[in-house]
Design a protein around this ligand. Sequence first.
Ligand code: SAM
Length: 214
Amino acid sequence: MFETSKVRTFFQGRVEKYDSIYDQDKKFIWKILDFIFRRSIQKRFELTLAECADVNGKKILDIGCGPGVYLVTLAKRQPKKIVGVDFSEEMLSKAKKLARDNGVIDVCQFIISDFRRYVPDDKFDICLAIGFFDYVENPLAVLEKIRGICLEKAIISFPVKWKLRNIVRIIRLKFLGCPVYFYTLKQVKDLLAKSGFGNSQIIIVDRDYLVIAK
Ligand SMILES: C[S@@+](CC[C@H](N)C(=O)[O-])C[C@H]1O[C@@H](n2cnc3c(N)ncnc32)[C@H](O)[C@@H]1O
């Protein structure tokens, strides 16, 4: 099986588990485990939303939108257009339900596609790729593609290499058959430079580099 097929199969079966990470109303033990292993996810969510405080009239692309938490939150901020791309049907169903429940289904567009094959008919002011590069085998080609369709800025997370907690993640994902990729700061800088993102801010958010690339 190709590496991307493994990623897709993995996410098809993880919708509820992944979505629950954003749920604030959960048992104490899960809150502790989230704090230990997943605090990056909440933190990068807050920082990304702060970076997208004013998206009124903007065109936004959410690459690997998953259960749609970013998509739906930003759809409420009056963008001109907001598109979520994901290759997992189950993730997109969840995202659509969230959009429907929040009254923004007519604002959002949902594209089921491997991002590498997606041919957008437009460029976007803001591109998000959060929790996405963890699963990308050839990051330079994907970053170049983002660069080519991004007009203003891209907000992208890359998981930090050489973290002790990565061992647990590597073993768990290996067991579940999903490849995962990590990055050094130098690799992130090189990727950004080679893909043409000349002016980037890199913030260390626990286990992630959160990049605001322009
Ligand atoms: C960890 S989730 C992140 C979801 C969302 N961005 C968030 O942070 O809440 C990664 C998502 O990327 C999607 N994905 C991974 N590789 C992809 C690819 N090549 N094309 C489209 N979607 C992909 C997965 O299906 C999954 O829904």
